[in-house]
Write a protein that binds this ligand. Sequence first.
Ligand code: SF4
Ligand code: SF4
Length: 202
Amino acid sequence: MWLPKIRELKEAIGSLFSAPYTTKFPADMSAVDLPDGFRGKPKYDTDACIGCGTCAQVCPPGAIDIIDDKNKMTRTLRVDYNRCMNCGQCEEKCITETGITMTKDFVLVLTDRSDPSAFESVEKELVVCESCGAIIGCKDHLAWIKDRLGAKAYAHPNLLLWTQEQFAEPGPAEVKSRIRREDQMKQVCAKCRYQIVTADEF
Ligand code: SF4
Ligand code: SF4
């Protein structure tokens, strides 16, 4: 009965003169050795992200919200770390490959789920249809498509206008009652463009 107590006492005294077994986590992360490929919090790269929204579509738990604001002409992609399960699908399916990446930062110790550090976001400029006001996409996304298409981009008026830098000024588009042939050389959505090319009367 006394033998275990003596052993514990010996260990307790010995521990007073030895280095601690525990680390000062999260204050001191130097002892944390993470392997390559470790998936921590996903993080956007403002320059590499083009605002296409693919990451939000492939996110299994729906942790990425797409928030479009036509008054400010912005699209915000926001990752909610409370819902993120660090699967890495957003990084793997990102069409630019570097728009969002999995960092090695995994510490998420919060007492309030609405704490700003529980979210990661990127904001991009929107392009809306000059005819009906529908959202076409982000400026950076159109530029990315234009660059990939090369000379073929000149076949599409929206992309041609991008090369001429004739995007609509930020602000809500004027909604027209009737669409005309001359509207062809405007930034219009796919639905309005279809109406323009199939209209009998001009
Ligand atoms: S890591 Fe997975 S769960 Fe987290 S935002 Fe990306 S796709 Fe969604
Ligand atoms: S470019 Fe990548 S990170 Fe940006 S919205 Fe598209 S898929 Fe998401």
